[in-house]
Each structure stands twice: as C-alpha cells, then as structure tokens.
Design a protein around this ligand. Sequence first.
Ligand SMILES: NC(=O)c1ccc[n+]([C@@H]2O[C@H](COP(=O)([O-])OP(=O)(O)OC[C@H]3O[C@@H](n4cnc5c(N)ncnc54)[C@H](O)[C@@H]3O)[C@@H](O)[C@H]2O)c1
Ligand SMILES: O=P(O)(O)OC[C@H](O)CO
Length: 358
Amino acid sequence: MTDTSGQLSKERTNVGVIGGGAWGTALAMHAAAMGHDTIIWAREKEVAESINDPAVKENTTYLQGYKVPEALRASNDIKAVVAHAEILLMVIPTPFVAATMSTIRDSLRPEQIIVSCTKGILNDTLETVNQILTRVVPETLHGQLAYLSGPSFAAEVAQGMPTAVTIASKSDTVAARVQLLLSTPRFRCYRTTDVEGVELGGALKNVLALACGISDGLNFGCNGRAALITRGLSEMTRLAVALGAHPLTMGGLAGMGDLVLTCTGDLSRNRTVGIRLGKGEKLKDIIDSMKAVAEGVLTSRSAHQLAQKLNVECPIIAGIYKVIHENADARAVVSETMSRELRAEVDPELFEAAARQR
Ligand SMILES: NC(=O)c1ccc[n+]([C@@H]2O[C@H](COP(=O)([O-])OP(=O)(O)OC[C@H]3O[C@@H](n4cnc5c(N)ncnc54)[C@H](O)[C@@H]3O)[C@@H](O)[C@H]2O)c1
Ligand SMILES: O=P(O)(O)OC[C@H](O)CO
C-alpha cells in the first residue's frame, strides 16, 4: 500500500503519549509517522529502552514484531513528556488512570488537549474515564478533554492498516482539532460531542467480547455469536442511553463497530480471555499468563452494578458477571438466559415512538 500518511493536514505538533502498552505504542507510532514530534511515556524501564535502542526500535514487551519510526522517542519521565506535549494521548488501563494522572495534575497546562484512548468503567465508583478525568485534572482543562474510541486493534494500526475511529469531546472545536491532527488516509477520524456514548460503547463492548469468546470456546457456533452481538448491542444501548448517551452513537464506530470487531476478531484480548474460559481454563490462570489488560473482566462488574442501580434489563451482562465473578457455569448461564420469559424483540413503546415521528 502506498504511504499517503499526512495528506490531510500539514500541521505538525508535539505529541505526548502517556502509556507504553500496545495501544499507546501503536498510537505513538501513528503520530510519529505523521511527522508529529512524539514522545511516549512508559512505566517500565525496559519498554523505554527497547523503543529508544537504535538496534531494536520496538516495544518488545507489549507490541512485539512492529518496528517503531526512527523519530519516536520513549521516556520513563512522565513530567518531561507532559512538558513536551501540546496534545497528550492518555492510554492507561482504567484502574490506573486516577493514580497516574494525579502524578501530573500540577504539570498540566490549560491549553493542552488531553485525549483519553482508554476503554473501561472503574469498579467501586462506577466512573467512566471521562468522570475520572474530570475528578482528577484541573477544572481549567475540562473543556480540553477528548475521547478516542472505535474499532482499532493496536497491531493493525501499527501496520498502517485502514482504520476508522471516533473522537468525542463536549467541545466540537477540540474534537475537530484532534480529528485534523490525527487523521490520515489510513486512519480516518470522525467526531462527535456525545462523550457518554463513545465512552460507554468502548467500555461495554469488552464485556460482550468476553461473552462471544466464551460462546466460541464452548463451540456454540455462529448463530449464538450473532445473537450475542445483536442482543448485546440492545443491552449496551439501553444501559448507555440510561447513562446519558445518544442511541445513534451505539450504532456507530464506538458502539456497533467496535462490538463487531472485538466479538469476532482473533486479535481481541477480551475475546481471547472468553475463549479460554469457555474451554475450561480458570480466570486467574488466564490473567496471570497475560501481560496485557483485558478491560472487560473488571468492567463486567461495573456494568452489571450500573444496570442494577439504574434498573436496566441486561441479562447477557448479568450472565457474564456471574461467570467471571461468581464462578457460575457458563453452559447453565446460557441455558438460563435463553429460557427467560419470551418477549417482543423491540420494546413496543419504541415502535410507537418511531411511528409518531414519521
Ligand atoms: N491494545 C489494543 O488493541 C487497544 C485498542 C484500543 C483501545 N485499547 C485500550 O487502551 C487501554 C490501554 O491498553 P494497552 O493495550 O495500551 O495496554 P496493554 O494491555 O498492552 O498493557 C498494559 C499497560 O498497563 C500499564 N500498567 C500496568 N500496571 C500499571 C500501573 N500500576 N500504573 C500505570 N500503568 C500500568 C502497563 O505499563 C502497560 O502500558 C485499555 O483501556 C485498552 O482497552 C487497547
Ligand atoms: O484486545 P481488546 O479486546 O482489548 O480490544 C482492543 C480494542 O478495544 C479494539 O477496538
């Protein structure tokens, strides 16, 4: 494929990437390949060393096999990365967002844009990343927050494969700026002001990917997987709308797009965890064998608790919660879910509302 990166915008800026996992690395590779002066903060010394070493130029810990651009630098000094950046991509797994961002709270500048690329819902507080960031970063920066989500496996972005994502911000100006700074002919960014929809789509699809993995691990076939994706999207939409999202966002890249990718793509860590569970491995053994984070494991608890709290019917999410956190037998959970009271596919009230709008 011809490299046409950078045809859309000529503007080049300083990018800082907070988080040296697979996705942080792929996004840093993308930004550096575009010509942005990019530094990635990695928590682990060996990650920064392997990215910086001219003989290696690779994140051998989290994204092995993909050479990073010569120009990409890595650092273990998070404050130096913040000082460098006009735009900060935050790519920290959800459980570590608050602690990591607290360490740089006082180093952030009001004109900086912070783009969360993280997909999860915190346990206990049940906060989305947007809620964590508005709690942790100074108020002067709240209008500068944006969220990048959508179907995007790190390994494919690292290879420059065509990818489309969504950038959400309460400020359309901020979303448009991030969109322009990150879009290339291989990496197309859309934009929206529906922060809740984009965040919840990205977080909840991980729970459904676990479900599809379990189903595939049990050899339950293609019919079952399609049913899980479709009914899963209904649950995601009901829950996200109850939390303030726009329903149409759930049919877009951050909702259905990422749901389909993660429920069917073999690169998904969440789907892989599900497959291994379905084949009979213990969750602890699976987690212990992985360096990467499968966000759906913890988000399944948060999503189930949010559904209960808001009284939103989410039987698949409830079933995954039982399998993951209560050690329930997956076959029994499937049988129980399929034997629930029979119902209309779409809530009749929704049909009536749609008819009234015609
Ligand atoms: N990998 C992908 O394809 C992909 C794509 C889109 C979104 N995401 C999302 O990006 C986020 C980050 O995932 P990733 O794939 O970059 O990471 P990863 O799973 O490859 O690696 C784990 C990351 O967690 C960090 N970490 C571990 N303990 C930590 C601690 N105590 N404090 C701070 N950081 C700690 C590690 O340094 C490493 O950067 C997740 O929310 C994930 O869902 C991932
Ligand atoms: O590998 P997963 O399951 O964490 O999914 C990665 C991305 O979120 C896909 O868009």
